[in-house]
Design a protein around this ligand. Structure first.
Ligand SMILES: NC(=O)c1ccc[n+]([C@@H]2O[C@H](COP(=O)([O-])OP(=O)(O)OC[C@H]3O[C@@H](n4cnc5c(N)ncnc54)[C@H](OP(=O)(O)O)[C@@H]3O)[C@@H](O)[C@H]2O)c1
Length: 298
């Protein structure tokens, strides 16, 4: 009798402990041998979330990223429930270079290879805000974080299968003023966004040249114009295209072999860069030097 009561208490206690476990303490998914490993930055919402869903539906292991853990964990749960692919969420604020480096270190700790990196996280800020690193926020989040993350994850990409980096830029890309990239004078949200988006294209062209012969393809694209996402709606814009249209363009940039590394796509069509400054080698050198100075990368 005493034995039965003791056993029952253990069972009840065990259930209580199990119920007390937070959902996030469940064992994180790990990629199976041969499963494609993809990291989509900014995949808690909008375009990135739809690309994460599509890659998981193809069987990939998706590293979901963003600041919002609730939305990130919801994407992971949705992928787990779908029975196709697998996913794991990592939180990092790209307005902080320390956070970007921590994310890269966590990914290097948890994975042995990376097949696809989509630098998609992006923001539009109305006011000029300077990050703790002394960088204008849109330049930091939309461009510099991807620069640091990509270089920090190159050792994993080098081990990837037909590895690819895709930089989600925009037709709104506009030239950088190298005398005032942080826009201390005459800030406008549009100028800051435009500079950050052209910087992504310049980085794409440079990195494609640098990685030539290493088996890593680097592409950039404008996904679609005024998609129905939080970025457009919160800025007061009227959506003109769907997230599906943009996601199809990103999937094309990930998969196509019809264009050489360093190509810029508008939707699914290879195009000339969104501004002539991107093809100016001296401007790209200036951006590279600035990026090295801001990040301390060699
Ligand atoms: N919408 C368009 O029509 C359009 C057109 C051309 C290009 N684009 C580009 O497409 C990309 C995706 O845009 P979207 O329209 O899908 O925007 P969105 O719905 O607002 O999604 C932005 C994503 O970026 C993440 N993010 C924002 N700030 C971040 C930060 N500081 N640190 C880390 N993650 C951050 C967000 O996650 P958390 O909130 O969880 O941090 C979210 O997952 C952007 O690069 C954008 O410039 C969009």
């Amino acid at each position: 009798m005493l034995h039965a009561v003791f056993t029952l208490s253990l069972v009840v206690l065990g259930c209580a402990v199990a119920l007390a476990q937070p959902a996030s303490s469940a064992r994180p998914a790990v990629p199976a041998a041969g499963q494609r490993v993809v990291l989509i930055t900014g995949s808690t919402d909008g375009l990135g979330r739809e690309v994460a869903r599509r890659l998981a539906a193809q069987g990939a292991h998706v590293i979901v990223h963003g600041r919002n853990a609730e939305r990130g964990n919801a994407v992971v749960a949705e992928i787990a429930a779908s029975g196709q692919g697998s996913a794991r969420f990592y939180q990092a604020d790209f307005a902080s270079l320390a956070d970007v480096r921590r994310l890269a270190a966590d990914v290097r700790r948890d994975y042995t290879r990376l097949d696809v990196l989509v630098n998609n996280a992006g923001v539009i800020t109305r006011e000029r805000v300077v990050t703790a690193d002394g960088v204008e926020t849109q330049f930091a989040v939309n461009y510099l974080s991807g620069y640091v993350l990509t270089y920090s994850l190159l050792p994993l990409l080098e081990k990837g299968q037909a590895a690819r980096v895709v930089n989600v830029s925009s037709l709104a890309a506009s030239p950088l003023d190298f005398s005032d990239v942080m826009l201390e004078r005459g800030y406008s949200s549009g100028r800051a966004y435009g500079q950050s988006k052209l910087a992504q294209v310049m980085f794409t062209i440079d990195l494609a040249q640098e990685l030539k012969g290493k088996g890593i393809v680097v592409q950039a694209l404008h996904p679609a114009t005024y998609m129905d996402t939080n970025m457009v709606r919160s800025g007061g814009g009227t959506p003109r295209t769907t997230v599906d249209e943009g996601a199809a363009a990103v999937m094309n940039a990930i998969a196509t072999t019809a264009a050489p590394s360093g190509t810029y796509f508008v939707g699914q069509k290879a195009s000339s860069p969104p501004h002539a400054q991107a093809t100016d080698a001296d401007a790209r050198r200036q951006l590279r030097e600035l990026s090295r100075k801001l990040t301390g990368l060699p």
